[in-house]
Design a protein around this ligand. Structure first.
Ligand SMILES: Cc1cc2nc3c(=O)[nH]c(=O)nc-3n(C[C@H](O)[C@H](O)[C@H](O)COP(=O)(O)OP(=O)(O)OC[C@H]3O[C@@H](n4cnc5c(N)ncnc54)[C@H](O)[C@@H]3O)c2cc1C
Length: 382
């Protein structure tokens, strides 16, 4: 009987673990990959949906197109995880695999910020991006506030990309002169690991007259007066866009996997992504690893997890530790893209030099997305 590996979540992390195990051409391993959705929409495609560049159907990769040997995809909802027994219940089956990989990502807790459900917009979910796209269609001027409501959050550059692209859209529609845009963040700089990228972002914001307010957190909205409340101040808005508070999915919180992790995230060994439970790994956005929440870091963690699994099942060296590397692209509007080559863990201190921005890097970003589509979804269109 082949060893059974069960992967929960077919996002960046889960798909990459499955691809690595499949590529190992090890017929003694069978992988079951579970996700409640029928397809994947890459994080950065939400900006394309938001700005009307593509529809949800145009950027969706169907799980029907997964072509990975010895990997079986099942569309099921995970309803309980028992890490002690390595047992998983879904809406259709129960499982007790030899190895369990939890890659269920992060959910959004809109209600954590009072007033946000009633009077806020977001673009971090596909539904949210569509709703905000529709709202922007009728926006012809006023005060826009975009606020990062807590940390950690997915893709640290994304809020900055969104306001820069929003500026471009409003200029094209002739509504920019009548609009004031402000970005508020609880962080001291946009990308703390990369002073050069942070400086570039702050310069680009200033060049477009977008007000940048670091070290401040919007705690609450007043939906009647349309006021965003900070610790000692209030800001009026006509359109409030928030990066919602992130949490592990409820099924993960209820599993006990977050015990020992900081702030409700899954506790893992940062070198191996192993949880304290034998044969149970966690990676990507749900894991408390010392890297930002981004697909590229979920992928580099997936390489390590796949190596650990193969070594544990068959003996042999376990491969190197998680190096926390990943390339982040930074959309600056006007077709220009910057590139940050981050390395969080392999040296004595994190490094993240900036290249660009340039139009050539925009093409490189598009190619890197296409490489992933082809790697995970053989049926993906050009
Ligand atoms: C606007 C935006 C832009 C972004 N841009 C970038 C970028 O340019 N580069 C980058 O690297 N990252 C980017 N990201 C971040 C990136 O999308 C995530 O960090 C990445 O997807 C995390 O991978 P993951 O595997 O941990 O989780 P996910 O990719 O979120 O996968 C988790 C999967 O688990 C499934 N799931 C959850 N609960 C259940 C359940 N109970 N049962 C069954 N299935 C379940 C979900 O359907 C999902 O498919 C961006 C994110 C956003 C929002």
């Amino acid at each position: 009987m082949p060893s059974e590996v069960l992967i929960l979540g077919a996002g960046f992390g889960g798909l990459e673990v499955a691809a690595r195990l499949s590529e190992a051409s090890d017929t003694s391993v069978h992988v079951t990959l579970i996700d409640h959705n029928d397809g994947l929409i890459f994080g950065f495609s939400k900006l394309d949906i938001l700005f009307g560049i593509a529809t949800r159907d145009q950027v969706r990769c169907s799980y029907r197109d997964i072509r990975l040997d010895r990997v079986e995809f099942r569309q099921e909802r995970v309803t309980s995880i028992d890490p002690h027994r390595r047992a998983v219940v879904t809406d259709q089956h129960t499982y007790q695999p030899d190895v369990l990989v939890v890659a269920l990502g992060a959910d959004y807790d809109h209600a954590a910020t009072p007033g946000f459900v009633e009077d806020g917009f977001e673009f971090y979910s596909v539904d949210g991006a569509e709703r905000l796209r529709d709202r922007l269609e009728s926006f012809d001027g006023g005060d826009i506030v975009l606020a990062i409501l807590s940390t950690p959050f997915k893709c640290p550059p994304a809020p900055y990309e969104a306001v820069l692209l929003l500026h471009d859209q409003l200029v094209q529609r002739g509504a920019r002169d009548a609009t004031r845009i402000e970005l508020i963040t609880p962080m001291a700089s946009p990308i703390p690991v990369s002073p050069s990228a942070s400086e570039l972002i702050v310069t680009e914001l200033a060049a477009r007259d977008i007000r940048y307010t670091p070290n401040q957190r919007v705690r609450e909205l007043d939906p009647v007066k349309h006021m965003a409340k900070l610790k000692d101040d209030e800001i009026r808005y006509d359109l409030f866009i928030g990066v919602p508070v992130h949490r592990v999915p409820t099924v993960v919180a209820e599993s006990g996997l977050t015990d020992g992790g900081s702030d409700g995230w899954v506790a893992v060994d940062p070198r191996t992504l192993a949880t304290p439970y034998p044969g149970v790994y966690a990676l990507g956005d749900c894991a408390d690893a010392p890297v930002p929440r981004a697909g590229v870091f979920a992928e580099s963690a997936a390489r390590v997890v796949a190596e650990q699994i193969l070594a544990a099942l068959h003996g042999g060296p376990p491969g190197g530790p998680f190096d926390g590397t990943g390339i982040c692209y930074l959309e600056l509007g006007d077709g220009r893209v910057g590139k940050v080559d981050a390395d969080f863990l392999s040296g004595p201190a994190p490094t993240a030099p900036l290249r660009g921005p340039s139009r050539a890097l925009k093409q490189e970003k598009e190619r890197s997305a296409e490489v992933r589509r082809r790697r995970w979804f053989a049926g993906a269109a050009d």
